[in-house]
Design a protein around this ligand. Structure first.
Ligand SMILES: Cc1ncc(COP(=O)(O)O)c(C=O)c1O
Length: 392
């Protein structure tokens, strides 16, 4: 960076493990290799037409061209509250218990700035979506990794956290259904987490963007449906995955009003809210027909089944996830997460994500996202099969 030394908060971030893999992927593309990418958690399905039409209508109205309100239009927050009641049976006051976000990543990244002072601890799952850790570091906080292991059903062992750490801890991050493991958070676990947060005076921050991406009749839980959750918890939601709207940047947080007020104060000073036309599109998504959600799940479920079956036939010990579009695959003996990813990229032209990129406890796994057509998944399986690698 020459004389422009980056701030310590940037230097404190863990190295970006995917940079070298991105470079290797580009090399394959340049060589003309037909790459199949199972690497990115971004739906390939389009946003439903009625949502696009709502955007087009609202974008044409000059009333929507000015600065939106910071917390989001009341109509958007009401739509989110109504959706919550219909989906989870949870009652929320749209005025104080719902806050709009410019995509949930924005809220998650900013959240620690509201509640974490330098030296405070934030409890973060490992492996995890990297923003919990990055937001903590930007606020001067210290991330404490809670390992998610297969033997624990990828649920953190809260009792393993020492009293000394808990004394300094402010936030407990959880994420179910989980990226990258595909694990789900049973109600008893969420209830235990609420009780744990209350006992140790923590903010429970539950990140739930995959709550609607579930299979085989499974319906993920909201932490807000646990009695007493509103006293200690907030939950982050996103329209990104549910309605194939990752590019639109719209989500929301719900729960404890005082906690949301803290996040809102940060946002007031950092951003200017969600474009109102996008909020109208969000209202159309949340209040309109929901068959598009069921249809996306049907598509992902078919892809999941093809990939899981193919991997099992090669000897990989994989379970079909009940939710999310991620398959968490143990790497064969003799490989690390990274060396296996490199092998599959360079010899089969298939992009996977090394588990170690999500945290040290992700070592030994790779993540495959079923975000390409079922035919391409079949082809990916075929290419890997031809390498003769056995899962065990
Ligand atoms: C666990 C998790 N949380 C949050 C997000 C952010 O979603 P968005 O900012 O699009 O709402 C993602 C996106 O991949 C995610 O995997």
């Amino acid at each position: 960076m020459g004389e422009y030394t980056q701030a310590q908060r940037l230097q404190a971030l863990p190295p970006y493990l995917f940079a070298e893999l991105d470079r290797m992927k580009q090399e394959q593309v340049k060589k003309g290799v037909d790459i199949i990418s199972l690497g990115i958690g971004d739906p390939d399905l389009p946003t439903p037409p009625h949502v696009i039409q709502a955007l087009a209508r609202a974008a044409a109205d000059p009333a929507n061209h000015q600065y939106p309100s910071y917390e989001g239009m009341l109509a958007f927050r009401r739509a989110a509250a109504d959706w919550y009641r219909a989906r989870f049976g949870v009652t929320l006051d749209p005025a104080t218990e719902v806050l709009s976000l410019i995509g949930s990543k924005e809220g998650i990244g900013h959240f620690p700035l509201a509640f974490v002072d330098p030296g405070d601890v934030v409890l973060v799952p490992d492996p995890a979506y990297p923003v919990y850790q990055a937001g903590t570091i930007f606020a001067g906080g210290v991330p404490y990794a809670m390992p998610l292991t297969r033997t624990n059903g990828f649920l953190p062992d809260l009792n393993a956290i020492s009293g000394d750490v808990l004394k300094r801890a402010r936030i407990l991050w959880l994420n179910y259904p989980n990226n990258p493991t595909g694990a789900v958070g049973p109600r008893e676990f969420l209830a235990r987490a609420v009780e744990f947060a209350r006992r140790h005076r923590l903010i429970l921050a539950h990140d739930a963007p995959y709550s609607e991406m579930a299979y085989d009749g499974y319906r993920p839980e909201s932490v807000m449906s646990v009695p007493g959750a509103k006293e200690v918890a907030v939950e982050f939601h996103s329209l990104s995955k549910t309605y194939n709207m990752t590019g639109w940047r719209v989500g929301f947080a719900v729960g404890n009003p005082a906690i949301l007020t803290g996040l809102g104060r940060i946002k007031t000073n950092m951003d200017s809210g969600v474009f109102q036309a996008v909020q109208y599109a969000g209202i159309a998504a949340l209040t309109g027909p929901q068959d598009c959600v069921a249809e996306s799940c049907r598509v992902y479920q078919e892809r999941r089944d093809v990939l899981v079956k193919g991997l099992r036939e090669m000897g990989f010990d994989v379970e079909p996830p009940k939710a999310t579009f991620y398959i968490w695959v143990p790497v064969p003996k003799g490989f690390s997460s990274t060396s296996f990813t490199v092998e599959i990229l360079t010899k089969a032209g298939v992009v996977l994500t090394p588990g170690s990129g999500f945290g040290a406890a992700g070592e030994g796994f790779v993540r495959a996202a079923v975000t390409v057509s079922v035919d391409r998944i079949r082809e990916a399986v075929e290419r890997i099969r031809k390498l003769g690698i056995r899962g065990q």
